[in-house]
Design a protein around this ligand. Sequence first.
Ligand SMILES: [Zn+2]
Length: 185
Amino acid sequence: MEEALKQVFVPFVATPGGEKTQLGVFSTEQDAWDVMRAFLAKAGATDVVSGSIVAWEIDYVGEEGSLELAAFDRSNCPVCDEMSFWVEGDQEKARCYFPRCGAWIEQNAYDPSRWDCGWPAANWNKRAEDYEQAYKGLVAMRAQSTSAGMTSRMASREAWLDEKDRERRTIQQNKFDAASNEMTE
Ligand SMILES: [Zn+2]
């Protein structure tokens, strides 16, 4: 026999004006998280600035039938500068959902005194003492990549566009060279 449903999980998102959009109602917390993450991954084109996952007790009488399990706030990514950096709770975790970036900050699962941050696009990881320091770690990664000219890694949109621009100019230059060679020959 299946266990009776006691709780449902509701992910929702909100705009700066406080207008809320519910993303569904789920019988497991995992499903609510999956739907929330899928939304955040595509939130770039929306004006959503916050989100939350709420558990609701079923057949509950009274005011305290719901509990917020997680809250998300949108901000600027310290690495790629896109508005795709989602901070969880009171700076408990953060992740950039911009596909070519993916920068993240997280408390170490085994050692609570340790924080980790990373930038998958550049294959970099760093450890830190707290969230603040991990955030600075990401800023430093960006600075380092800029000075190292890591454009070929497509680390950020800016870098990627720069790279494309350079390729285009090189092609044009080559065409120009070829044309002028023909003229002088
Ligand atoms: Zn980013």
